[in-house]
Design a binder for this molecule. Structure first.
Ligand code: SF4
Ligand code: MG
Length: 313
């Protein structure tokens, strides 16, 4: 609720604070149990920081992160360590997150070995089970990361993430580095796991076609702000925010039923340390009006469950 995550910018030899980057600026949304919330936007819009602050890898500058009815924004120490077991993250490049010197059994079992008092025998059973759950053979436990393909390595990363029975997984560009056919396999696996274990996902991606496949709700971020939140079908059929419209117009349509004119945005995402006044999108928005330069639009519910931050509505 109203989460802000500001990072100081320091300058000079004295490292004095000269400004701040508003990586996440007053963002509110909910992820329902057992559902996937897709978070889209160009790189540098604050998606990854949003995922990290929800997992309490950072303490938010302001606002409340509420998990299972409890405000976890400011918890620390042992309570935070315990709480974090509910959350796991899977990244884009499984190779860099898997220790090349550890065999797969040790990689998958490590969170359990570190955080619980599990016996060696139970640990082995658990690893066998997790390998099966993600569709890898048992003898994978004795091999090393370099012996696997990109898709298999992502299965290993998912097995490791599942080891402590998390409730929420933050999937940060988790399929973005994979070939399209492998992407589909991993997405299907994630969907099966979500149903089987009642998991919730924050699915972060710049790829709108992928997000469309997996999400129940979709949020669109621009320069640290949430500019539109809606159920998947509303967002893809009737996007309201000009930024969402432009992103969708650039995404390849599988069905071709919806014809969209391509909207080309001028320029890059502005520097988040010095965002434009008013609506931060006004420097690139094809529908910008005078008002947009001065007044910042708030996120408001325009249709049932469909929220947008834009002066057009
Ligand atoms: Fe464009 Fe104005 Fe809406 Fe911002 S508020 S998206 S500049 S029309
Ligand atoms: Mg990112």
């Amino acid at each position: 609720r109203n989460v802000k995550m500001y990072f100081p910018i320091t300058g000079g030899v004295l490292k004095k604070r000269v400004g701040e980057v508003k990586a996440v600026d007053d963002v509110s949304f909910s992820i329902k149990k057992g559902e996937t919330f897709g978070l889209v936007g160009e790189s540098g819009c604050g998606k990854s920081t949003t995922g990290r602050v929800i997992m309490r890898l950072y303490e938010p500058t302001e606002g409340a992160i509420i998990f299972d009815g409890k405000n976890i924004s400011n918890i620390k120490g042992e309570r935070l360590r315990q709480m974090r077991q509910n959350f796991q993250m899977v990244f884009q490049d499984p190779f860099s997150s898997l220790n090349p010197r550890m065999n797969i059994g040790s990689i998958i079992g490590e969170p359990l070995a570190v955080n619980t008092k599990i016996s060696q025998a139970d640990l082995k059973d658990r690893v066998d089970h997790l390998l099966e759950v993600v569709g890898l053979p048992r003898d994978a436990a004795f091999k090393y990361p370099h012996e696997f393909s990109g898709g298999q390595r992502q299965r290993i990363a998912i097995a490791r993430a599942l080891s402590l029975n998390p409730k929420l997984m933050v999937l940060d560009e988790a399929v973005s580095a994979l070939d399209v056919s492998i992407q589909a396999q991993i997405i299907n696996l994630l969907d099966e796991l979500r149903e089987e274990f009642g998991l919730s996902y924050l699915f972060i991606s710049h790829n709108l076609s992928v997000v469309k496949h997996v999400s129940h709700q979709v949020g669109v971020m621009y320069l640290g702000r949430m500019v539109e939140v809606a159920p998947r079908s509303s967002l893809y059929h009737t996007p309201l925010h000009p930024y969402s419209e432009s992103l969708l117009s650039a995404a390849p349509e599988a069905s071709r039923k919806v014809k969209r004119n391509r909207i080309i945005l001028s320029g890059d995402v502005p520097n988040p340390a010095n965002p434009p006044s008013g609506c931060a999108f006004h420097t690139r928005c094809p529908k910008a009006m005078e008002q947009c330069k001065q007044e910042r639009p708030e996120l408001r519910e325009i249709r049932s469950q469909h929220f947008v931050a834009c002066h057009l509505y």
